[in-house]
Ligand binder design. Structure first.
Ligand code: GLN
Length: 480
């Protein structure tokens, strides 16, 4: 029996018809992990086989007893930024190496309550900082379609794990494109939801006004299944709003922009973008060309905002609460002396110097600088003004349209090492994705086509706030 690349819908069908058991499914995925994970470095942690088999058996019994849980027996993988009891949560950095989760993130609670089975945790750029997983303290995740290329980032492990068939779906986090970039490099579907629709409680914070959590799946319908389970109020995350009836009416009109395919852009990307515009037109949409004046400000606005917030969020890692050094000092107070830690400042310096990787240090320094008294107005304040401008322009564009169509990345998956020498070059890779985070709107990435090397190229549709479900419907209908 073949379990290859099952969607959630297909897996549930197999389970409910009795064609397969959860145990079969779990064994299939564990076999795949055993065979391929060391080669691709998608997962940082896999739960024990005996625990998983036990959980699978419980799920099978529940099914036999008529359970109606929506994801009963469906295996999934989490980006390593989510707390899940019984698993370490490292955030991809060595600061939290081997740190065990103290509680379950709200999304984990919700998935487990519906019967889903957590297989393991996926590699990521440390703290979510990056677009290729090359900033992970645990090595790069390789692209399942070409091992010389990256899987993308920062949720690269989650995207690779899905493409390698290690689970039926995976979960990512997206501050400026970390779900959409890697899912496009690996050829599947990803949703960055409207800001405030899915609780972030229990997810390591990167930039709190931008962070969003979303599903990575093999079909648009699966995105909706997971989104429906994850979305909604949570007493533990005050940014959650009630959006349930907010989807706007279909206008059959979309916006595209020639500024998204400037001179010099990858030819294959341009071809797929133009093809996708035609596909939507054939499906009965009116296409409106629009230029975005604020597009050129998106990257600096995003990086100033994200680094400022990151430097604040990372200030909690100072050696007295989390991480290896803290554990060492709690276990053996003599270590204070041995390590020459006499003041709080010594403690902060030691824990952060030893614990953070290069990119984290760069961002903490730049973020602290842009927030500092003398430069706050010149950088952070200015970035917030530009953020408003970007937001207004997007709102204006979406007033009479269902979505804005753009590419996700500048090209198909890049070669390992090709973007690591100059950090700014890496930042520029996020040009198409950061706007949705800055504006707080939903954005869905889907496979638009393939390039000459047969590598997937992703397209993105961005919609009005609260139109998450509508975006899924639009893409499903386009494919059918
Ligand atoms: N590549 C972007 C950054 O480094 C986005 C990361 C993310 O979405 N977590 O900030």
């Amino acid at each position: 029996m073949s379990f290859a690349n099952l969607s959630i819908t297909e897996a549930l069908k197999k389970l409910s018809s009795g064609e397969a058991t959860t145990k079969d499914l779990v064994e299939y995925y564990l076999g795949k992990i055993e065979e391929l994970n060391s080669e691709y470095n998608a997962l940082l942690f896999v739960r024990k086989k005996e625990d998983l088999i036990k959980e699978a058996e419980v799920a099978d019994t529940e099914r036999a007893n008529g359970s109606t849980k929506k994801l009963l027996g469906i295996p999934f993988i989490l980006k390593d930024s989510f707390m899940a009891i019984g698993t370490p949560t490292t955030g991809g950095d060595s600061y939290l190496k081997d740190s065990m989760s103290q509680y379950n993130a709200t999304i984990v609670e919700k998935l487990l309550a519906e019967g889903a089975i957590l297989i393991g945790k996926a590699n990521m750029d440390s703290w979510g900082f990056g677009s290729t997983t090359e900033n992970s303290a645990y090595g790069v995740s390789k692209n399942p379609l070409d091992k010389e290329r990256v899987a993308g980032g920062s949720s690269g492990g989650s995207a690779a794990a899905l493409a390698l068939d290690f689970a039926t779906f995976t979960i990512g986090e997206d501050t400026g494109g970390s779900i959409r970039g890697p899912i496009s490099y690996c050829g599947n579907y990803g949703l960055k939801p409207t800001y405030g629709r899915i609780s972030r409680y229990g997810c390591i914070a990167y930039a709190s006004s931008l962070d969003s959590i979303g599903p990575m799946t093999r079909t648009p319908e699966d995105l909706l299944t997971i989104f429906n389970i994850l979305q909604g109020p949570d007493d533990k995350d005050m940014t959650i709003e009630n959006f349930t009836t907010n989807n706007s009416q279909l206008k059959k009109r979309f916006v595209y922009s020639n500024s998204f395919i400037p001179e010099g852009i990858d030819e294959e990307m341009k071809r797929v973008y133009l093809d996708t515009i035609e596909k939507f037109k054939k499906a009965g949409y009116e296409a409106i060309e629009m230029s975005f004046d604020s597009f050129k400000y998106a990257i600096p606005t995003y990086y100033i905002t994200a680094m400022s917030e990151a430097s604040t969020n990372l200030s909690r890692y100072h050696g007295s609460r989390y991480g290896k050094l803290n554990e060492q000092l709690v276990a053996n107070p003599q270590a204070f002396k041995d390590l020459n830690i006499k003041t709080w400042e010594d403690l902060f310096t030691k824990s952060r110097t030893d614990g953070f990787g290069t990119e984290a240090k760069r961002r903490v320094l730049l973020g602290a600088y842009t927030l500092s008294a003398g430069y706050f107005h010149a950088y952070y304040k200015k970035a917030q003004k530009l953020r408003n401008k970007i937001h207004k322009e997007i709102q204006e564009a979406l007033k009479d349209a269902d979505f804005i169509l753009s590419p996700v990345t500048l090209s198909s998956a890049v070669k390992i090492g090709s973007k690591t020498t100059n950090p700014v070059e890496m930042y520029l890779e996020d040009i198409f994705t950061v706007t949705a985070n800055l504006a707080g709107i939903p954005a869905l990435a889907f496979p638009g086509g393939k390039d000459i090397n047969n590598l997937p190229i992703g397209m993105q549709i961005m919609g009005n706030k609260g139109d998450d479900e509508k975006l899924v419907t639009i893409v499903s209908e386009l494919l059918n």
